[in-house]
Design a protein around this ligand. Structure first.
Ligand SMILES: Cc1cc2nc3c(=O)[nH]c(=O)nc-3n(C[C@H](O)[C@H](O)[C@H](O)COP(=O)(O)OP(=O)(O)OC[C@H]3O[C@@H](n4cnc5c(N)ncnc54)[C@H](O)[C@@H]3O)c2cc1C
Ligand code: SF4
Length: 339
């Protein structure tokens, strides 16, 4: 048994100074991922700094921000998905969140924690299996092993894990920005630069510096609320991580696409977005033929491992289907949505 100290931070500066540069001190938000990792001895901590009672409405609320919305890092996934402004202006985000986890988990999980959840690679969770993400230099058990849920894009010889979040796929499509603060001050990271590909540093999931705290997430003005869709394909209809997911937002003039956003989940170490495909769709007709051509661009270079070749075809079909669903979003409500 490991002893862990528990401290409650009252303010952001206090939280930052309690964690500082020490990797064994970790922020605790909803605890839905961190506590599991601690229980399985997959991460270590001698101190948990509870950030849930940090003072300041900006961390606990959702509010207007420069034409868009600012989502407090400590707002729960459930409160975010069901917030009237998110439902009205960013239904893509609402739908993606509601496709994830279970109502109980969404009631606990926070927006900041969602961005930092760890992979669900089976071997990462098996402390006896070599895993470069858990123990750098030990090897990757998934490459020669059971690779069914693993990545097909952006992999490296060191890691083929996928990032499991649904919320983040929508945030990537929406061009969100992440506000963080640490001992060196505040900074803002574009969503595309927040998560990392594995390369030769698969133990690093993102570009946060040690001890930096996520304070909020900014959504730009355009929420693609007229034409959007989130499609999550998985082994069970609920309470399962995505094999492939797609977030689509379209701006249309009649049948012509003026702007397109397509992000994929379940296929890479970060939400996967290919600008070239979005540029290709500009000023083209919104039809299956053009979406299929965009899918080819998005999946260029996709590589299958022993058990996941099916994901390439699945992703191709999912992209086309989801883009078609975005043309009639009212007809494609997710069953997890509020009745
Ligand atoms: C059974 C199960 C099924 C799930 N299914 C899905 C799913 O289908 N789709 C999906 O998207 N997710 C799913 N999840 C994951 C869930 O969404 C995450 O566990 C949750 O979002 C994490 O948020 P949290 O607040 O509980 O984070 P915590 O567990 O408290 O923290 C996670 C990590 O983030 C750090 N952290 C938390 N907040 C901050 C902050 N503000 N600044 C800096 N660091 C911070 C912590 O130190 C820790 O390292 C599932 C989880 C479980 C347990
Ligand atoms: S895919 Fe990544 S997380 Fe999974 S065993 Fe290999 S190194 Fe570990």
């Amino acid at each position: 048994m490991n002893n862990i100290s528990y401290k409650k931070a009252q303010s952001v500066p206090e939280a930052i100074s309690l964690v500082g540069g020490d990797k064994d001190k970790q922020f605790l938000a909803g605890g839905t991922n961190l506590i599991d990792l601690l229980k399985y001895f997959l991460t270590s901590a001698d101190t948990l700094v509870d950030i849930n009672k940090i003072e300041g409405s900006a961390y606990h609320e959702i509010g207007e921000n420069e034409g868009g919305l600012r989502l407090g890092a400590l707002v729960t996934n459930a409160d975010t998905a069901y917030h009237p402004l998110v439902e009205q202006r960013y239904p893509l985000l609402s739908k993606a969140i509601l496709a994830g986890a279970s109502p109980q988990i969404r009631n606990m999980a926070t927006n900041g924690g969602n961005l930092l959840q760890r992979t669900r690679c089976y071997y990462f969770y098996d402390a006896n299996a070599p895993c470069n993400k858990r123990e750098p230099g030990s090897g990757c058990s998934a490459i020669p092993g059971y690779s069914r849920i693993m990545a097909i894009l952006g992999t490296s010889e060191h890691c083929i894990a996928v990032f499991p979040s649904d919320m983040c796929v929508a945030l990537a499509a929406l061009d969100a920005k992440v506000n963080v603060v640490g001992t060196e001050g505040e900074r803002q990271l574009p969503f595309s630069e927040f998560h990392r590909l594995p390369g030769d540093t698969p133990h690093l999931d993102n570009n946060l510096k040690q001890g930096e705290l996520i304070t909020s997430i900014d959504l730009p003005e355009n929420g693609f609320a007229q034409n959007y869709s989130y499609l999550k394909l998985r082994d069970r209809h609920s309470y399962a991580f995505a094999l492939v997911s797609v977030a689509t937002g379209l701006a249309l003039e009649g049948e012509v696409i003026k702007e397109a956003r397509i992000a994929l989940g379940g296929v890479a170490h970060k939400p996967w977005r290919v600008r070239e495909a979005e540029v290709f769709l500009m000023d083209k007709k919104a039809n299956e033929k053009n979406f299929a051509a965009a899918a080819e661009i998005i999946l260029k270079g996709a590589t299958a491992y022993r058990f996941n070749a099916f994901k390439i075809g699945l992703a191709r079909k999912a992209i086309v289907r989801n883009c078609m669903m975005a043309l009639n979003p009212e007809e494609s409500q997710h069953p997890g949505a509020r009745p």
